[in-house]
Design a protein around this ligand. Structure first.
Ligand code: AP5
Length: 215
């Protein structure tokens, strides 16, 4: 099964993708994670995108399509995939359709996660992640069970994203409404859209997604 998790910044795409990976053996392809990895390893690509990401703007279509193409050509391409944070523009959506078709694959569903803006800002400004395994937490809604220790791997180092500040969040939301939200109509017209309420308990939302996907 190949699916897209579509939603604004902070909608819970990464959180839900990790649950689907764990329960259903899918592979998560997050262009945000790929770009952050390039940034922290100081590659030429990482240096090129660092400022754009810090401001909350979109990286060029050419760069992110290239990253996804590399993944589809590699080991990930042999598994069921969750596209997290990709596509984000109509050009990326067209490119994804062509890439999948060229490999004899197709999309099964696009889960649209709906969350209102006030909640998104609270979620993003309270987010932190494990520096070792990447588990996602929140200061209020999902703290670690033991103070300062990751529930999953026990690591004691956590990171906060440099673009998780109020100024950049506003730019990210604008980018979502301007460039990404047209994908809702695009995938609705293809009969693939599955809207899911993104407010509420994390486990309950996971159950709604599983029901929408018949998992
Ligand atoms: P990316 O990393 O994709 O960020 P994003 O889309 O802004 O999404 P987030 O990771 O912020 O949110 P999420 O929906 O995954 O929420 P999460 O589960 O973490 O992209 C970053 C940047 O990279 C972009 O701005 C752009 O510059 C660039 N980029 C990436 N892809 C690109 C592309 N395709 N094209 C161009 N540029 C691209 O949850 C958020 C918080 O809420 C967490 O703290 C979590 O614990 C909490 N939470 C989750 N669910 C719930 C719940 N149900 N109730 C309460 N709290 C919850």
């Amino acid at each position: 099964m190949n699916i897209i998790l579509l939603g604004p910044p902070g909608a819970g795409k990464g959180t839900q993708a990790r649950i689907l990976v764990e329960r259903h053996g899918l592979v998560q392809l997050s262009t945000g994670d790929m770009l952050r990895a390039a940034k922290s390893s100081g590659t030429e690509l990482g240096n090129r995108v660092a400022d754009v990401m810090a401001r909350g703007e979109l990286v060029t279509d050419e760069i992110v399509i290239g990253l996804i193409e590399e993944q589809l050509d590699g080991e990930a391409g042999r598994h069921g995939l969750i596209f997290d944070g990709f596509p984000r523009t109509l050009a990326q959506a067209d490119a994804l359709g062509e890439l999948l078709a060229s490999k004899g694959k197709s999309l099964d569903a696009v889960v649209e996660m709906r969350v209102d803006d006030a909640q998104l800002i609270e979620r993003i400004t309270g987010r932190f992640t494990c520096g070792n395994c990447g588990e996602v937490y929140h200061d209020v809604t999902k703290p670690t069970a033991r103070d300062g220790e990751c529930d999953v791997c026990g690591a004691k180092e956590f990171v906060r994203r440099s673009d998780d500040n109020a100024e950049s969040v506003q730019v990210r939301l604008m980018a979502y409404y301007r460039s990404t939200s047209p994908l809702i109509g695009y995938y609705h017209a293809k009969g693939l859209l599955k809207p899911v309420e993104g407010l509420g308990e994390i486990d309950r939302i996971a159950a709604s997604i599983e029901a929408a996907l018949n998992l």
